[in-house]
Design a protein around this ligand. Structure first.
Ligand code: 1PX
Length: 215
């Protein structure tokens, strides 16, 4: 595992990455999008081995996108918009669901995009939570409302088990490494609309090109 993934999580840093991933024309820079996810992986890695399978999948998906970015086609992968155009123009996507391109940029980003919806729902629940609210319940409800619909039984079960082991609300706030609970709530108030915007731009792009069901 890369050193950066073992470093301490900081929510502010993740926020900065997602902030820098939006261009003035509302294009999404893949490099910063990936760096936002890598920041989140640091938090997952600090939560214990039950989250290892989730972290592994997130790392592998971000690695696929980084490899494209570093390849000779790299410039086409600068933004989500240019990636979609490039892969569609060159028929590098399984639009007819044949599964010939199981590691296309479009299908890989779709998985992270669905996870971003979970993150948005989870963070909004955390932001508006009360002292006695359970992190595991907030996480489970956000998951059931989003990602779970795309996961088979075994993954849903394993995720459910991992959620039970989440630290309680105050301890979780500490892991976020922002400061007092009030400061956490404040940063979450900035993070959620930002994630929402990134999510919405991708959502509309995928809708426009009918990419929501890529296998
Ligand atoms: C400030 C709080 C931040 C909390 C940070 C948590 C970061 C979580 C990162 C999760 C990234 C998950 C990506 C999952 C992508 C996915 O859906 N992959 C599945 C499909 O991929 P495939 O290539 O097979 O089509 C794959 O099967 C998934 C495997 C792993 C299980 C994913 C469960 C995700 C549960 C939601 C994350 C819960 C983390 C809770 C931590 C608070």
């Amino acid at each position: 595992m890369a050193d950066s993934e073992n470093q301490k999580f900081c929510l502010q840093e993740v926020l900065e990455s997602f902030k820098s991933c939006l261009s003035p024309e509302k294009e999404i820079y893949i490099e910063h999008y990936v760096s936002g996810w890598r920041g989140l992986v640091k938090l997952l890695n600090s939560l214990g081995s039950l989250f290892g399978f989730i972290s592994k999948d997130a790392v592998s998906k971000t690695q696929i996108l980084m490899n494209f970015l570093k390849s000779e086609n790299g410039p086409h992968y600068a933004t989500v918009q240019s990636m979609v155009k490039f892969e569609l123009d060159n028929e590098l996507v399984d639009v007819d669901k044949k599964g010939i391109y199981p590691e296309s940029g479009c299908r890989t980003l779709l998985r992270l995009h669905r996870a971003l919806r979970w993150l948005q729902l989870f963070l909004e629940r955390l932001r508006t939570s009360k002292e006695d609210d359970k992190t595991s319940v907030m996480c489970r409800d956000a998951y059931n409302e989003s990602l779970a619909q795309h996961h088979p039984w075994l993954i849903r079960k394993s995720a459910g088990v991992a959620f039970y082991s989440l630290p309680v609300r105050l301890a979780f706030f500490e892991v976020m490494n922002v400061g007092t609970p009030e400061q956490v709530v404040d940063v979450l108030g900035k993070a959620v609309p930002l994630l929402c915007e990134v999510y919405q731009i991708t959502e509309e792009l995928y809708q426009k090109h009918n990419l929501h069901d890529l296998p």
